[in-house]
Design a protein. Structure first.
Length: 367
């Protein structure tokens, strides 16, 4: 991260707004970033009012701070929440367009070439979301109680800075939760139907890196090679899911929107239930994923068992109930999940009854 000032200068950035989440505002990498900028006479300010599941009211506050501070760029640093928050602030910082006009189902608003989006730098400090590579952001609509995808084709990070040293002090539980999230991105993306050899290729390489690095990063936190492997795997997963995701994310998005749970943790708990629904009949894809992860038996049953064992080894809870999700929420979570972008690209179609059963099972006993 020591070269951030040089990158700012090359991008003509003179007064960035640093965006992070509430849990990261006191962490050493924030002070480091500010110090590097000060040493190069680059002004900056900090906005840290971003929740684990970023909300539309927080984005409005961040955009106002961007405008009042006459900022010319956003440096989003932290996990996926911080980067999603930074991207969402960029969408509305230089215009009067309502945030939800950028919702993925809407035609993209026309952005004047004379008033473009601010430049965006993304610096991930977790290895999980891959959010540093794309233009999408998941934001909670408080009125609807749903997590929705916003984006614009003209908004792309000017720089994604991957520094594994920033992840060395990540707590063990967050290393596990975010690392499992990276695995799920690649697994779900690879299973999405359709011909996309580039996304499929990077998904398999991501799974290969994760099989070599995730357990090591959890059990040997100072292993820089493992941390670097996970950071690259996460980035590749973010590229892979340009192809789409599936029911793990569709369900997890709505659990997070209502209960503000950690996204990677929620995904990890739901994963076994969805794999048991999705994978039967996908023998060839399962074989390729199993080979990438260096498993010996490439059958569907063995692959599912190996994933369960991996989740056990990194201490992922066995049910959503363990993290406070009540049984009576299953119906409304299932209803909302079927409206999610990721539901549309799940490899197997599903009825409400089937989604409701998956949510209920995830709450009671996912594995």
């Amino acid at each position: 991260m020591g070269e951030i000032s040089k990158f700012c200068e090359s991008l003509d950035i003179t007064n960035p707004l640093i965006v992070t989440d509430r849990n990261s505002k006191e962490l050493p990498f924030i002070e480091e970033l500010k110090r590097f900028l000060i040493e190069s006479n680059i002004e900056s300010d900090l906005f840290f009012e971003i929740s684990p599941n970023p909300r539309d009211d927080e984005i409005a506050t961040g955009s106002s701070k961007f405008q009042s501070g006459n900022h010319d760029a956003v440096i989003a640093i932290g996990g996926g929440s911080a980067m999603d928050g930074g991207k969402a602030i960029c969408l509305t910082a230089n215009n009067d367009i309502p945030l939800w006009d950028f919702e993925w189902k809407q035609p993209p608003p026309i952005i004047s070439k004379n008033n473009p989006f601010p430049k965006l730098i993304c610096i991930p400090t977790t290895a999980g979301t891959g959010a540093e590579t794309d233009s999408t952001a998941m934001i909670t609509d408080l009125e609807k109680g749903m997590k929705l995808c916003i984006c614009h084709p003209d908004l792309k990070p000017s720089l994604a800075l991957l520094d594994p040293e920033l992840t060395l002090k990540l707590p063990t539980n967050l290393t596990a939760w975010t690392g499992a999230d990276a695995m799920i991105h690649s697994l779900e993306a690879y299973c999405v139907p359709g011909f996309n050899p580039m996304c499929d290729g990077v998904a398999l390489e991501s799974l290969s890196l994760i099989s070599k690095s995730l357990v090591l990063a959890v059990e040997e936190p100072q292993n820089l090679a493992a941390r670097g492997g996970m950071l690259v795997a996460s980035c590749l997963g973010g590229i892979a899911f340009l192809k789409g995701l599936g029911l793990v994310h569709a369900i997890s998005h709505m659990v997070g929107a209502e209960f503000d749970t950690h996204h990677g943790l929620t995904n990890s708990i739901v994963l076994p239930v969805v794999t048991r629904f999705n994978l039967p009949g996908m023998d060839e894809k399962v074989r390729r994923m199993s080979e990438a992860m260096q498993y010996e038996d490439h059958s569907i049953e063995s692959f599912i068992s190996n994933i369960d064992e991996l989740l056990d080894r990194i201490n992922i809870p066995r049910s959503l109930g363990e993290i406070g999700i009540p049984e009576d929420s299953a119906k409304r979570i299932a209803e909302k999940a079927m409206l999610d972008l990721a539901y549309a690209t799940n490899p197997r179609s599903s009825s409400f009854e089937q989604v409701f059963e998956m949510v209920s099972t995830s709450i009671a006993k996912a594995r």
